[in-house]
Design a protein around this ligand. Structure first.
Ligand code: JFZ
Length: 424
């Protein structure tokens, strides 16, 4: 038996050329915002004085909270009056992010939009009554940010046919197929027809399911031509890109489009006690590291029950934005460079008709003023500092190219040196 190039039910509806064209904006963007926001954000991961999990959006499951209690403690109190979609999207834009993906429904089964399939939603079941997905969709459209939905298609701890809730014994079980028919499939169709152009559908998390269930979930995405999906619909489904979780691969993945999703702090959903914020230095270097391997960075933030981000998150996004304003050219539209993790930093690459531009992301500024790029044999046309366009001298040898740097790094976190070379 020959190895099947399209295993299982995976059906490919586009040619490689069509696929590449569809992915072009995504592969140019390199940086997006992930948002975990739901009714779990109200108590910030706390239940009866305990914080049972590092991922606060899992609180209902980890603390085995009955559906009725979850409603009174979280749904009834969800009233994020400080939420301002324009300001929120504006901050993503200021950070240099090109797309935004938000939890339309997480595992707890609560729909953050005016669902017509389930009354367990933000418009019908909370004092807030506003359709958050609509407000964000409109703000993204107005500000030129691509918009996408995260949707937990299998786990649903509220619907009696959803997967995952084995602690609430009051549930009168129905089949998974019924859950798909009644809730998941119609909600997906609604999200993909009533919220304008949707660029991404982010499935989470894969489970075995019947071909019928798979087809009715999957076919929803046909409603948005050009939509990009991740690889978490079902075991049989490759999607358009691979998702890495929390960790950056140490080697560049080949032959696939890929993304790393990572929370800015410890938890995906807002957790009151979580002060595990990654430094701006780590975040900016992560972005360069991922771009140098040809991937996207989907950086998660966690709005509170009030509807705003903590100052720690806002401050970091603004710092990244300042760096991107100067150095964005070294990130957007770049591809993996032939150079692996370099001693002093990373390298991204762009090809032009005139030749190739290498962007050297210098994390550790050399004390002796000599930056060495091992193995580069192309002719160097020019080299300069991205921050101030100051020209730099270079010296080529059999071993590679040495760039002479000024004593002072223009940026303590990541200074970009641009090297234009001939050829590819
Ligand atoms: C899932 C969710 O359970 C979690 O709450 C969060 O939304 C995250 C982004 O996605 O968690 C996963 C899913 C898949 C893996 C790890 C965590 N995985 O494949 O390694």
């Amino acid at each position: 038996i020959a190895e099947d190039p399209q295993p299982g039910w995976t059906f490919i509806k586009e040619t490689p050329e069509e696929h590449a064209a569809k992915m072009e904006w995504w592969n140019t963007a390199r940086f997006g915002m992930f948002v975990h926001w739901g009714v779990y954000s109200v108590t910030g991961g706390e239940y009866r004085g305990k914080m049972p999990t590092n991922s606060a959006e899992w609180m209902m499951n980890k603390a085995r909270i009955p559906i009725a209690d979850y409603r009174t403690e979280n749904v009834d109190k969800f009233n994020p009056t400080e939420f301002d979609a324009d300001a929120f999207v504006g901050l993503a834009k200021e950070a240099g992010m090109k797309y935004l993906v938000i939890t339309a429904k997480h595992h707890d089964g609560f729909s953050m939009f005016g669902s017509k399939a389930s009354p367990y939603n933000v418009v019908d079941a909370t004092p807030f009554k506003r359709d958050i997905m609509r407000e964000l969709a409109e703000a993204c459209k107005a500000q030129g940010i691509r918009f996408g939905f995260y949707y937990s298609q299998c786990q649903d701890w509220h619907h009696p046919g959803g997967i995952g809730n084995n602690w609430d014994k009051t549930i009168q079980r129905v089949s998974f197929d019924e859950y798909v028919r009644e809730k998941a499939a119609p909600e997906i169709r609604q999200l993909l027809t009533e919220y304008g152009p949707i660029s991404i559908f982010w499935w989470d998390t894969p489970r075995d399911m019947s071909k019928e269930a798979f087809d009715s979930l999957h076919s929803g995405t046909d409603l948005q031509p050009g939509i990009i999906t991740n690889d978490r619909l079902g075991e049989e489904y490759a999607g358009d890109h691979k998702t890495f979780e929390r960790k950056i691969p140490s080697e560049a993945p080949v032959g696939v489009d890929w993304e790393v999703c990572m929370p800015i702090s410890g938890s995906w959903g807002y957790k009151k006690s979580d002060r595990d914020f990654k430094s701006s230095e780590t975040l900016i270097r992560n972005l360069a590291d991922i771009a140098s391997k040809g991937g996207n960075y989907l950086l998660n933030v966690s709005p509170t029950g009030a509807g705003t981000l903590l100052p720690e998150a806002t401050e970091r996004l603004k710092t990244i934005g300042k760096w991107m304003k100067v150095n964005g050219e070294s990130i957007y539209g770049t591809t993996a460079s032939p150079f692996e993790e370099l001693e002093w930093g990373r390298c991204t690459k762009k090809e032009f008709a005139r030749g190739t531009t290498l962007y050297l992301h210098v994390f550790d500024w050399p004390k002796d003023g000599k930056l060495f790029l091992p193995g580069l044999q192309n002719k160097v046309e020019q080299a300069y500092l991205m921050a101030d366009w100051q020209a730099l001298n270079t010296q080529s040898s059999d071993l590679g190219v040495e760039v002479s740097l000024p004593e002072q790094a223009p940026d303590e976190i990541n200074s970009v040196v641009v090297v234009n070379v001939s050829g590819a």
